[in-house]
Ligand binder design. Structure first.
Ligand code: GLU
Length: 441
């Protein structure tokens, strides 16, 4: 039987990292087994069920690269994939239960009479668990439908998993305690329950429950912050799972190859945005330039930065790449290469580009550079060092004013590479401006 997994989010207005991790593990498991990954939107709660809330989920999954095989926008043989459109199916299943004598009415609500048994759940992650459902005090009968006619999650989720032929229900551990009740429903409907795999919860580092408002909780904040989707996939795949050698940088392809449900941790996972940030930096560093540019260009365009040629952009990206940890910071590293209106970081100016001494040093460097016949990083470095020796000062005492003069900033990529790329004309004119700025201050 071919594997069919599903991600079944309720549209709450945001895609939580926990949900994104659930989606990822379902997707990975389907891909690993050449199976089918289904997306089903559990939108039976009409009050929260807005178009925008649904779009947030679709956008988040698209961004993460978790393509679904069946679901919204895609279709499939087991639709519709919005629960709000599946009322007729639920009615039919409800009447089957009713005919078999499993239901009763209670103040307008429809409830399922539990057989009051012990139910064993063989969970792929948590192992074999016996639930004792014999006591109605601790395990009241499930409500399937509210007096207003709306459906309760437990019932419609079971119906959909049957109808959509789901073989593996991979979801958060918060649903583990619901599972024996779901198993009762499967049995009453004459269906074989799917395999269950309940993943450990994701908590804050201090062990508290993650709230919507915690930094990094909403997947929607990652694209704008300048995370690469492949890095976030890497990070999420380590929340509750790890490859044997405990490697932290692991491609999605490798995770698919190595992953199995019985290796998922039982211990809760700690959410650590610093680690995600670090992983992102590693990905940006290792990334080939074509992919880097693809991710970078929207950030540059948004900042109004334009570049004369593709080659010029590539050269700049190559030298700033090792410095940038989040793509949202990229424009401030790149801007000085593609503008005539340099903006100066005033604290950096105050530190390195102020006073007659700084002006005089820069003037000497400018003269040395003006007389250079070749304009490459090695010659520029040689000439600067030679000038420093001539002036009897340390290299740094020339590097800092030069950097602020050409880039406006106290930090940046390698100075000589930067000067090489900027070109002689631009550099000498920035030196002149810098000299005037220092002398005038
Ligand atoms: N809509 C449920 C949730 O978001 C799905 C639970 C499940 O996967 O069965 O928690």
């Amino acid at each position: 039987m071919s594997v069919r997994t599903r991600f079944a989010p309720s549209p709450t207005g945001l895609l939580h990292v926990g949900g994104a991790r659930t989606a990822l593990f379902n997707w990975i498991y389907a891909r690993k087994n050449a199976g089918t990954f289904v997306l089903r939107i559990e939108d039976t709660d009409h009050t929260r069920n807005t178009e925008q809330a649904k779009q947030v989920i679709l956008d988040g999954l698209h961004w993460l690269g978790l393509d679904w095989d069946e679901g919204p926008q895609k279709g499939g043989n087991h639709g519709p994939y919005y629960q709000s459109e599946r009322g007729a199916i639920y009615e039919e299943y409800l009447s089957r239960l009713e005919k078999a004598g499993h239901l009763y009415e209670d103040n307008g609500a429809i409830r399922f009479r539990s057989p009051r048994e012990k139910v064993v759940v063989e969970d792929e992650i948590c192992g074999k668990i016996e639930f004792d459902l014999t006591n109605p005090g601790t395990h009241p009968d499930l409500t399937l439908r509210r007096p207003d006619g709306s459906w309760i999650f437990h019932f419609v989720s079971v119906v959909d998993d049957i109808e959509m032929k789901i073989t593996h229900v991979i979801r958060g551990e918060d649903h583990l305690s619901n599972t024996p009740k779901h198993v009762e429903l499967y049995k009453a409907l004459g269906a074989v329950p799917p395999r269950f795999a309940h993943m450990p919860l994701i908590l804050n580092r201090d062990g508290s429950k993650m709230s919507k408002r915690d930094e990094g909780a909403a997947l929607g904040t990652y694209p704008e912050a300048g995370y690469a989707p492949e890095a976030v996939r890497n990070y999420l795949s380590l929340l509750g799972w790890s490859p044997k050698e405990n490697r932290e940088i692991i491609s999605t392809e490798e995770v698919i190859a190595l992953f199995d449900l019985d290796q998922v941790n039982r211990r809760n996972a700690a959410f650590d945005l610093d680690k995600c940030f670090w992983i992102n930096g590693q990905y940006l560093l290792q990334m080939d330039l074509a992919r880097y540019a693809e991710l970078a260009i929207p950030f540059l365009e948004k900042a109004g930065i334009t570049w004369p040629t593709w080659e010029a952009l590539e050269r700049v990206l190559t030298i700033v790449k090792p410095k940038v940890k989040l793509l949202k910071d990229l424009p401030e590293w790149v801007a000085c290469f593609f503008t005539d209106a340099l903006t100066y970081d005033e604290p950096a100016v105050a530190k390195s580009l102020t006073g007659e001494i700084a002006a005089e040093r820069l003037r000497t460097l400018s003269d040395s550079y003006a007389s250079l016949s070749s304009w490459d990083a090695a010659s520029l470095e040689f000439s600067l060092k030679e000038t420093a020796v001539k002036l009897g000062i340390k290299t740094g005492e020339l590097v800092h004013p030069a950097r602020v003069a050409v880039s406006g900033r106290g930090i940046g990529p390698g100075l000589y590479e930067m000067i090489e790329i900027l070109g002689k004309e631009r550099v000498l004119s920035r030196f002149a401006k810098g000299i005037a700025k220092a002398a005038g201050a």
